[in-house]
Write a protein that binds this ligand. Structure first.
Ligand code: EZ4
Ligand code: CO
Length: 402
């Protein structure tokens, strides 16, 4: 079964997406998500100019061999552009394999380890009252896990403040938005916010919070300790994670569970975190960490060390990546939770899909392959529209992690 054609479809139905489509000699095609928020065309070029020409003529069934061929064969290893491109190829090949065997991808990965996968939604507010109302909205929609974020008084544009809808999207047109950050105000504001949420909702709903890489290890340790009475499901990205050993400081001070990984590309980015037991949830996802094949290896390492998965699932992951994540989540033993930010209706129409949401959980569906398609005619009506993620500065103007 030879690959005879491949193309990259860039479209912007509400936000930008890069989608790889590989076609076999039998006319079966597979899809892979290659979206890298704010740097989309670099991955599109990597695929079009350097990868698709190498795929034509290869056997579409050799998924692992193709992964190694692209990873080791590039000589230049790792990195978000390379690994998103490899992820797209890998995902498309699993899609093709499922379609040709007439089986949903999760059946090829070992079958379902659970009936469905618990997801968490994003509750954002400009005030504590708004965040409480947003959490209530998710609880009323049936969610059993909710991530709560709130603007901080005196801090412009704290991470995760919504625009009054279910569709949170931080990337903006034009030059990057510059946001201002105060760690001091944040550290004072967040523990009482979660105390209020617990008072309102009790302990039956899982509460999560994303620090978005903004603290130092000792600050994160202090926050984790202060949040212990609120019993978070997890505290996400407490510090930038290039320095994996720095998580030891957090671990030595708090029992608040730690989650990390949305910007990781390979198992090497999290091996120390996992092997030293420095985290509780690994949040790598199909599109940015080398596809389904590589995610399985990360999950297998994590399982040895009591670390569960919590795949990233923001709106900058297309429905193709979301489907891949759901097949992965359903099949791996050590699944924890899946992030689920709803795509806009425009996005859902461009990418018809078999996955579904019910009672706070999702299921990938039983369509062959990934169970997601792309309407290319509709996609063509939404041309690429450059957008950037914000740049963050401290109050005195120093560039800080966003
Ligand atoms: O800011 O995916 O947990 N989710 C997140 C996301 C990220 C975006 C960046 O493109 O942190 O909202
Ligand atoms: Co995050």
């Amino acid at each position: 079964m030879r690959i005879v054609d491949g193309k990259v479809i860039v479209c912007s139905p509400g936000r930008n997406f890069v989608t790889l489509k590989l076609v076999t000699e039998d006319g079966v095609y597979g899809l892979g998500d290659a979206t890298l928020n704010g740097r989309e065309l670099a991955v599109a070029s990597y695929l079009t100019d350097h990868v698709i020409p190498l795929l034509v003529g290869r056997d579409a069934r050799r998924i692992e061999d193709t992964w190694q061929y692209l990873y080791k064969g590039a000589y230049w290893r790792r990195g978000p552009v390379t690994m998103s491109a490899i992820a797209a190829v890998d995902t498309a090949l699993w899609d093709i394999r499922g379609k040709t065997l007439n089986a949903p991808v999760y059946q090829l990965l070992g079958g379902a380890s659970r009936e469905s996968v618990m997801v968490y939604g994003h509750a954002n507010g400009s005030t504590e009252a708004e965040t409480i109302a947003a959490v209530k909205n998710y609880v009323d929609l049936g969610y059993r896990a909710v991530r709560a974020q709130c603007a901080i008084p005196g801090v412009q544009h704290a991470y995760g403040v919504g625009r009054g809808t279910l569709y949170y999207e931080p990337a903006q047109k034009g030059r990057p938005l510059e946001t201002v950050w105060s760690t001091e105000r944040y550290l004072d504001f967040v523990p009482p916010l979660f105390a209020s949420l617990r008072k309102e909702f009790g302990y039956d709903v899982h509460l999560l919070h994303d620090v978005h890489h903004r603290l130092t290890p000792i600050e994160a340790a202090r926050l984790g300790k202060a949040l212990e009475p609120s019993r978070l499901f997890w505290l996400e990205d407490p510090v930038p994670a290039e320095n994996q050993a720095a998580f030891r400081t957090i671990r030595q001070h708090t029992t608040t569970p730690i989650a990390v990984g949305e910007v990781f590309n390979t198992i090497y980015d999290c091996a120390q975190l996992i092997e030293e037991g420095l985290i509780d949830y690994i949040r790598t996802t199909v599109v940015h960490a080398g596809g389904i094949s590589h995610m399985k290896k990360i999950a297998a390492l994590a399982e040895l060390h009591h670390v569960r998965t919590g795949s990233h699932g923001a709106t900058d992951l297309s429905p193709v990546a979301m489907a891949g994540a759901l097949h992965f989540d359903l099949s791996v033993h050590n699944f924890g939770v899946q992030e689920y930010m709803r795509h806009t209706p425009e996005t859902d129409l461009v990418f018809p899909h078999a996955y579904s949401f019910e009672h706070g959980s999702m299921h990938p569906g039983d369509a062959p392959g990934l169970g997601v398609d792309i309407d290319e005619t509709l996609a063509a009506q939404y041309p690429y529209d450059p957008a950037y993620l914000p740049v963050n500065r401290l109050v005195d103007g120093t560039v800080h992690s966003w």
